[in-house]
Design a protein around this ligand. Structure first.
Ligand SMILES: [Fe+2]
Ligand SMILES: [Fe+2]
Length: 279
């Protein structure tokens, strides 16, 4: 039986056992994926501004929890970035992040409307829960896949945070006084958010993180190419159990039984698709 350390909330960069870093155990494909993930996580402040706008007239506790959430996401970026800098001294988190920011701003961060792009606060929370389900399972998969001790620890800490984020947004979803959303609408929001993962964010983060500035002119950004490279690098870490957990979390938010037929079918289909992609 494997024993997984349970990491508590509010850890800091100083809690990580950086001195255990082992260069021999760094795996290049995973390193490329970690560099990209660092940029996406580090970009949280924009999302904090957006969420605080949507929840502007909510309780001080809700606004404080959004603030805390954003700080934790930024720290994920910082921790992954520092690990990537250890593994590859040519990588510079801040430099790559500046390039990423220059080329990527989601539409809903650029406009200043008070409403969620998901149509309601409940819709926004469903979309957030989908993202936290994905990140929670992704970092659990990295924790289980890597032999490098520091990355294993960081991924374990982040996975625990992401699971708490999921619970935070799930509770916030259910605390809203606005009318509830039916099953099919919830499902559409969830599927819509999953499909957005194919957009520029991940592909462009992968590009900025892995193509150094001096090679930019020779190696221009091609969305399709970097989307495929990014997906291949990330998908390699998953096992069936991580996919099932991801699907169960999403199915719960949609309002169906996380251990029922929908979760089993969706888990099997998603796993089949990922296997076919990486074949
Ligand atoms: Fe995160
Ligand atoms: Fe999160």
């Amino acid at each position: 039986m494997t024993v997984t350390t349970v990491y508590k909330q509010s850890w800091t960069m100083d809690d990580v056992h950086w001195s255990l870093f082992d260069q021999q155990k760094v795996e290049p494909t995973l390193l490329a994926a970690i560099k990209a993930a660092a940029l996406v996580e580090y970009n949280a402040p924009d999302y904090v501004v957006y969420l605080k706008r949507i929840f502007a007239d909510s309780s001080a506790a809700t606004l404080a929890s959004i603030e805390q959430w954003g700080q934790e996401e930024s720290q994920h970026g910082l921790a992954l970035g520092r690990w990537a800098e250890l593994a590859d001294p040519d990588f510079k988190l801040e430099e790559a992040f500046v390039r990423f920011r220059k080329g990527y701003t989601p539409n809903h961060f650029a406009v200043h409307e008070a409403d969620s792009v998901r149509g309601s606060r409940r819709g926004e929370m469903i979309a957030r829960c989908v993202v936290e389900s994905c990140t929670s399972s992704y970092y659990s998969a990295i924790r289980d896949a890597t032999e490098e001790p520091v990355l294993k620890e960081i991924a374990g800490r982040i996975a625990a945070d992401e699971y708490r984020h999921y619970k935070l947004f799930y509770d916030t979803l259910n605390a809203q006084t606005e009318p509830d959303i039916g099953f099919w609408k919830r499902l559409m929001i969830a599927v819509g958010r999953v499909r957005e993962s194919d957009d520029d964010e991940l592909a462009y983060a992968y590009y900025c993180a892995n193509v150094p500035p001096e090679k930019k002119a020779m190696t221009p950004y091609k969305r399709k190419k970097y989307s495929r490279l990014s997906a291949n690098a990330s998908m390699a870490v998953y096992h069936r159990k991580h996919i099932q957990k991801l699907v169960q979390m999403v199915v719960k938010v949609v309002g169906a039984n996380p251990h029922g037929w929908l979760a089993n079918l969706a888990g099997a289909l998603l796993w089949h698709r990922l296997q076919a992609r990486s074949a």
